[in-house]
Ligand binder design. Structure first.
Ligand SMILES: [Zn+2]
Length: 486
């Protein structure tokens, strides 16, 4: 059984196993020295490794309980300088576009340097087997023992010099086997939605290169699901090209709004009591006689969620925002939800997403307390059964429908106001930018979107996208049909 699976089973059962007793005869220093000797890291200041791997994107799975989606990494190369410390990873990706057709080449880059010591990047240095031992040597590791799957491991724990945003030290824990090799290293890092995120890396199928040991299989997981794996074809100690390679990669293409500054929320009245709260990600505020419903209350980040809530209160004063309906579970649409929870708003989503968010929002968030950690509020998640949830009183009807047949995300919903004939949606019909105009490619999601509008017999006049279109505007069924050549 894999170390990761065993460890996961333990975490799931919330089993705490501690055992310093049988290690009494040994000291941490002796264990580190024996492992450093077996691993052959004496004189190792830097390393280069290469092979074939994969990266998996946290928060973009097709189902909230499913594995993170995979991208293959070709021509994988990683350099690590343990002395600066710094690391650079590069790989080539090939992906078929969502529209189908020829695969397009992309780049995978990771970089960490002394200029930015964020643990999210630097853990890639210190959760390697060699980096773990060097960190243990430098940072006063402590020793315990644990038994996994019938095998005893010497367990070393240490903290790096950098502190988390809360001031809480980060923790690195490594498991040394009878062979004195490092088999598993785990740490925790702050993350949106997931709180103190567990990062576990398993090393297996060790090889020997003139005394230097390296694992030919590395599998790293976050929240128990793989986020990186590689089959190493080789390593090189103290590579000559190190200085040339440890340079910052070109910045990735912008995704979402530019960073920095407090996101502003402006608004536009679409009908009496119906407001589009504008931004890179829009929200829709719907007024009822006693309360307000927000569609997409917490996209992007907590600042954006707070801005949406404040603007909603400004345009619809004196009524509580009682419900927040999320379009789907993807993290770019939900990373602001902790601020929504702190506001006491009930999160409404199909049943398929409920258990994930309840688990995520009740997880510890000690490293960088978010609005949930700061407020102490418990998330209230309404997971509705079936494929429909209706908000209705004497003044208004707002229908939530689950989209069927969409690969993008299970439990993706649209909102529809039958009287006002306004429809709100996410991630199914994104027009190309003005400098790359129609005809649009026949995006599968657009076909599914139109099929669902027709299946449900909806007759929207104005259709609002959560992602602002370029140029920014509302669209119509006619626009959607035209983009499909109909
Ligand atoms: Zn999405």
């Amino acid at each position: 059984m894999s170390f990761r699976i065993v460890r996961l089973a333990w975490m799931a059962a919330l089993l705490v196993v501690a055992g310093a007793q049988s290690a009494a005869a040994q000291t941490a220093e002796a264990v580190i020295a024996a492992s450093a000797k077996a691993m052959g890291i004496e004189g190792l200041n830097s390393i280069k490794m290469w092979g074939s791997g994969a990266s998996f994107q946290v928060g973009q799975n097709n189902n909230a309980e499913g594995p993170w989606p995979r991208t293959n990494l070709n021509d994988f190369n990683r350099w690590i300088d343990f002395t600066q410390p710094a690391t650079r990873t590069s790989a080539v990706t090939w992906a078929v576009p969502v529209t189908g057709g020829a695969a397009a080449q992309g780049a995978f880059n990771q970089f960490a340097s002394p200029a930015n010591t964020a643990w999210g990047q630097h853990l890639e240095i210190w959760t390697t087997p060699w980096g773990f031992l060097k960190g243990a040597q430098a940072n006063g590791a402590t020793l315990a023992t644990e038994t996994f799957d019938g095998t005893d491991y010497k367990v070393l724990t240490w903290s790096p010099p950098q502190k988390s945003p809360s001031g809480e030290p980060y923790k690195v824990v490594g498991y040394i086997g009878d062979d004195n090799l490092v088999h598993w290293v785990e740490t925790w890092v702050e993350a949106p939605i997931l709180g103190d995120l567990h990062v576990g890396t398993e090393f297996s199928n060790y090889r020997d290169l003139g005394g230097l040991k390296f694992p030919s299989t590395i599998i790293q997981s976050r929240a128990g699901s793989p986020t990186f794996e590689v089959q190493l074809l080789g390593v090189q100690a103290n590579p000559a090209d190190l200085a040339d390679r440890l340079v910052a990669p070109p910045p990735p293409p912008a995704f979402g709004p530019p960073p920095g500054g407090t996101p502003q929320a402006a608004s536009e009245q679409l009908a009496p009591g119906v407001w589009r709260i504008r931004g890179a990600y829009n929200a829709l505020a719907v007024e009822f006689s006693d309360y307000v419903v927000l569609f997409e209350p917490g996209p992007q980040n907590e600042d954006r969620a707070r801005a949406i809530i404040a603007e909603t209160k400004r345009v619809i004063p004196g009524k509580p925002i009682r419900y927040g309906v999320i379009s789907h579970h993807h993290f770019d649409h939900t990373s602001g939800l902790p601020a929504v929870v702190a506001e006491g708003i009930t999160i409404v989503t199909p049943e398929v997403n409920k258990a994930f968010f309840e688990r995520a929002f009740s997880a510890p968030r000690t490293l960088a307390p978010d609005a949930i950690g700061q407020s102490g509020k418990q998330a209230v998640i309404e997971g509705f059964p079936g494929d429909k949830r209706v908000f209705e009183d004497a003044t208004r009807r707002f229908e939530i429908h689950v989209i069927q047949g969409l690969p993008h995300a299970d439990g993706l919903v649209i909102g529809y106001l039958p009287k006002e004939r306004i429809l709100v949606y996410a991630d199914m019909f994104n027009l190309p930018p003005a400098d790359n105009p129609v005809p649009n490619p026949p995006v599968f999601g657009t076909q599914v979107f139109l099929a669902n509008i027709e299946r449900l017999g909806l007759q929207p006049e104005r259709i609002m996208s959560i992602h602002s279109l370029n140029p920014d505007r509302l669209t119509s069924v006619g626009d959607i049909k035209a983009s499909l050549g109909r």
